[in-house]
Design a protein around this ligand. Structure first.
Ligand code: HEC
Ligand code: HEC
Length: 324
């Protein structure tokens, strides 16, 4: 038998195949196994529920990961998206079955914001439904495409159906928009995307970095925690999220109710005769007294509003008096 590659084609192909298989094992399979076996899920994290798992399948099928990453880099530009990702963040991800690989959620394309901690930024299911139905309805100038096929139009929605309060300019001419099961599953998955604090006690630094353009501390708290619903220009979204510009509570001489609502949230209140289906989330756990004072002052002095301002001590006093 000749050991000459030029004459023995079996030897040539055999050697190439053996090298290929060996390299695959050494540089792909062994390290992947090692990482899987040596990474524990973060304590305090939980597995996805059945519904969230179905939502993940839709996230993959709809190709959301072609524009969204789920890996926060330790870079200043990534600061608004949360703390840098750690291996434990992915430890619960497993192949769906023998034939299908672990969904590649990390992504590489950053056309849209990183979603690792999106539930902390966009905690409202209503906001997420409207955004998926038509991103432009809540984010002017968004280049994200709409996903109308995740919704149905009903003349008279049934009792159990999830009605989406799409702003009039974007709503269909007849009928109401309702979220299909797929949309509900997808939004359940999005609302599960919240970073677990690292064992070192380091809290997820959600939205800590001041987005560019924010000049005062109040403006940067507003941009990170309020603008997604109330709009960066304070105009809100008609019929869905109330405007802060000219709002009776925000322009009232007595700031107590303003502070109270930011601390403890609000639901089912009619504002200027409009009933809002979504609720205003409480911010008592995520914002300090100083940050709340800053954002309240920002609202009281922006967009033509001019109402008396407050101090951190005012916020501390109302915080102490307790919830709604
Ligand atoms: C063509 C690229 C593209 C695709 C595909 C895409 N998005 Fe987006 N997405 C964006 C952009 C750009 C933004 C920022 C503007 C905005 O909020 O609409 C965004 C914003 C978001 C936000 C808000 C993030 C934040 O920090 O406020 C969520 C949630 C989201 N997308 C979910 C999804 C889901 C779920 C899918 C798949 C069904 C998807 N996106 C598909 C481009 C995309
Ligand atoms: C997830 C969307 C969302 C976010 C984020 C949000 N709000 Fe609201 N906010 C609402 C909704 C919806 C209402 C109306 C609730 C109602 O009518 O029951 C509201 C109501 C208010 C009101 C009461 C207005 C009135 O006249 O009663 C104030 C003040 C307010 N928000 C300030 C803020 C501030 C400050 C922030 C950021 C720290 C913020 N909101 C973040 C959705 C949001």
């Amino acid at each position: 038998m000749s050991l000459n590659f030029h004459e023995n084609h079996r030897l040539l192909y055999g050697a190439a195949l053996a090298t290929f298989v060996a390299l695959t094992v050494v540089i792909a399979i062994v390290p992947a196994r090692w990482v899987q076996e040596h990474t524990e899920p973060l304590s305090g994290s939980r597995a996805l529920t059945e519904q969230e798992r179905r939502g993940l399948a839709i996230y993959v099928a709809e190709g959301c990961l072609y524009c969204h990453t789920q890996q926060v880099r330790p870079l200043p530009v990534d600061k608004p998206f949360g703390r840098p990702s750690a291996p434990g963040d992915y430890a619960r991800l497993r192949p769906q079955d023998v034939w299908r690989m672990t969904p590649a959620l990390l992504g590489t394309e950053r056309t849209g914001p990183d979603l690792s901690n999106v539930a902390a930024r966009q905690p409202s299911d209503t906001w997420n439904y409207i955004h998926l139905y038509n991103p432009r309805a809540v984010v002017k100038g968004s280049v994200m495409q709409a996903y109308p096929w995740l919704f149905a139009i009903r003349e008279t929605p049934g009792p159990g159906e999830v009605i989406v309060p799409v702003p009039p300019d974007y709503a269909p001419r007849g009928g109401k928009v309702v979220a299909t099961q797929a949309a509900q599953d997808l939004v359940a998955y999005l609302l599960s995307l919240k970073q677990t604090p690292l064992p070192g006690g380091e809290l997820p630094e959600q939205a800590a970095g001041a987005p560019s353009g924010a000049v005062t501390p109040g403006a940067s708290v507003y941009a990170a925690h309020c603008a997604s619903c109330h709009g960066s220009n304070g105009e809100g979204v008609p019929g869905v999220f109330p405007p802060m510009k000219g709002d009776p509570v925000v322009t009232a001489a007595d700031p107590a109710r303003h502070i109270h609502i930011v601390l403890f949230g609000l639901e089912h209140a009619a504002i200027n005769g409009v009933n809002y289906a979504a609720e205003m989330p409480a911010h008592k756990d995520e914002l300090s007294d100083g940050e709340i004072a800053a954002v309240v002052d920002h609202e009281r002095t922006s967009w033509g509003n001019s109402a008396p301002t407050v101090t951190a001590a005012d916020v501390a006093r109302i915080r102490k008096q307790g919830g709604p």
